[in-house]
Design a protein around this ligand. Structure first.
Ligand code: NAD
Length: 428
């Protein structure tokens, strides 16, 4: 396994933003990269293009409010940019840069023909009415219009953005173009060129990669205990798929709290309860526990599917799972990574584990531009094959080089990007 037993002081959580976390990851990977690609590595540490936009909207009250938005294209060597749009009060340029870079690596790991991009607006969408949210989305789409397009950069949903927002986004772009252009975003409603299987795709990819890892470690999924942080698009789908496969989802945490049942929670009922009451707590057979105790739950599998920087030096030592799967982007700090490694806990890294979403987004884009739509079975089968092939390529490389799955996934992804970069050469 990679050298590293001591946590260097510069890795302290307070000093490391998401972009710095990504740079540390690239540093760790560099010694394992094919030598002829090394002259190009610096390209990975510099986003190709970043755009900061002012997004002014008229509130329902008649007042004008300004929000800051971003779109970053980290690397376009392998194809058009691809990556979601996040609406969250903590969105920063550093975060969007890191998320766009992870998209570059992720798209290369599953070998979809895209570069990496990401966008976001610093806003708490829960404070906006539906009409304000629509105006925000349309103005943001207009502001970043110069960068996007089905052959340039294709956004998708991320935290707090959904298929309705993608529909407004697609409509705004189409109005500017003077023609309906469904391929400009993915994660759209089915009736507007969306794809079957997209809503569950990221959670399904999390499930598929975890099942593969469990198989290698000899852990049967039926009866395995699972804890899931985040009960949104990714976490809920993953929890549901584990429960359907006979695992016991014993703990679920979201922004409203943590619930626990040693015999396994009823995931579908919990989803309904969360929807109807607005919080996880209060359902029969689901004991509310302290948020910090979530990390110490005795489980086989822990799914981190909420936000970045959730597994830190403060809680990594308490985790008892044998597998940690990163459904979220960047949920484990580099310092926590070292602690999990020392404790022999297998981490399935984000750039592999949550790549199911972008894989089915790729299917959606292919269907849109060919105007020919596939069945859900066909989509799930293709997804299953891509995720399992990617997992097993990363696993084999980790085994043969004696490195972590994260390092192996980054080596695979970075080498594909750098080879494309090298072959294209510099212009002019
Ligand atoms: P979402 O908005 O649907 O769900 C986010 C979940 O996290 C919610 O349940 C929310 O309550 C919970 N959460 C927020 N803050 C929390 C906190 N402090 N503690 C515990 N829980 C908290 O978002 P999503 O689409 O499920 O995305 C989740 C993560 O997965 C993000 O990191 C996102 O970038 C990543 N991801 C999403 C996709 C996708 O297709 N949606 C694809 C790849 C990666």
């Amino acid at each position: 396994m990679d050298n590293t037993s001591k946590i260097p002081s510069y890795l302290s959580r307070e000093r490391l933003g998401p972009w710095e976390t990504y740079l540390v990851q690239i540093d760790r990977v560099e010694p394992y990269l094919e030598k002829s690609l090394l002259p190009w590595v610096e390209t990975l540490t510099r986003p190709k293009r970043t755009l900061i936009v002012d997004v002014p909207i008229r509130l329902d009250s008649g007042e004008i409010a300004h929000f800051e938005g971003y779109r970053v294209q980290h690397n376009l060597s392998r194809g058009p940019g691809k990556g979601g749009i996040r609406y969250h009060p903590d969105v920063t340029l550093s975060e969007v840069m890191a998320l766009s870079a992870w998209m570059t690596i992720k798209n290369a790991v599953v070998n979809v023909p895209y570069g990496g991009a990401k966008g976001g607006i610093r806003v708490n969408p829960k404070n906006l009415t539906l009409a304000e949210l629509e105006r925000l989305t349309r103005r943001y789409a207009s502001e970043i219009n110069i960068m996007i397009g089905p052959e340039k950069d294709i956004p998708a949903p991320d935290i707090n953005t959904n298929e309705q927002i993608m529909a407004w986004f697609m409509d705004t772009y189409s109005m500017n173009q003077g023609k309906t252009t469904t391929g400009v975003v993915t994660g759209k409603p089915l009736s507007l060129g969306g794809s079957l299987g997209r809503p569950d795709a990221t959670g399904r990819g999390v499930f598929i990669t975890t099942v593969e890892a469990a198989r290698h470690l000899g852990i049967p999924i039926a009866g395995a205990k699972v804890a899931v942080q985040g009960f949104g698009n990714v976490g809920e789908a993953a929890a549901r798929l584990f429960a359907e496969a006979g695992a016991k989802v014993v703990a679920v945490q979201d922004e409203t709290g943590t619930v626990f049942n040693a015999a396994g929670l009823d995931v579908r009922r919990l989803k309904r309860h969360r929807h109807e009451t607005g919080s996880l707590g209060g359902m029969a057979e689901a004991e509310s526990i302290d948020n910090q105790d979530f990390w110490a739950c005795e489980v086989d599998i822990l799914i981190a599917a909420a936000l970045e920087n959730q597994i830190t030096e403060d809680n990594a030592g308490r985790i008892r799972a044998r597998i940690v799967t990163e459904g979220a982007n960047g949920p484990t700090t580099p310092a926590a990574d070292l602690i999990l490694q020392a404790r022999n806990i297998l981490v399935i890294p984000d750039v592999l584990a949550n790549a199911g979403g972008v894989t089915v987004s790729y299917f959606e884009w292919v269907q849109d531009i060919s105007a020919f739509f596939w069945s859900e079975d066909e989509i799930n089968q293709r997804l299953d094959k891509i995720m399992r092939d990617a997992f097993n390529a990363v696993w084999a490389s980790a085994e043969s080089k004696g490195i972590l799955l994260r390092t192996a996934a980054f080596v695979l992804g970075c080498e594909r990007v750098l080879l494309a970069r090298k072959l294209r050469g510099l212009y002019p």
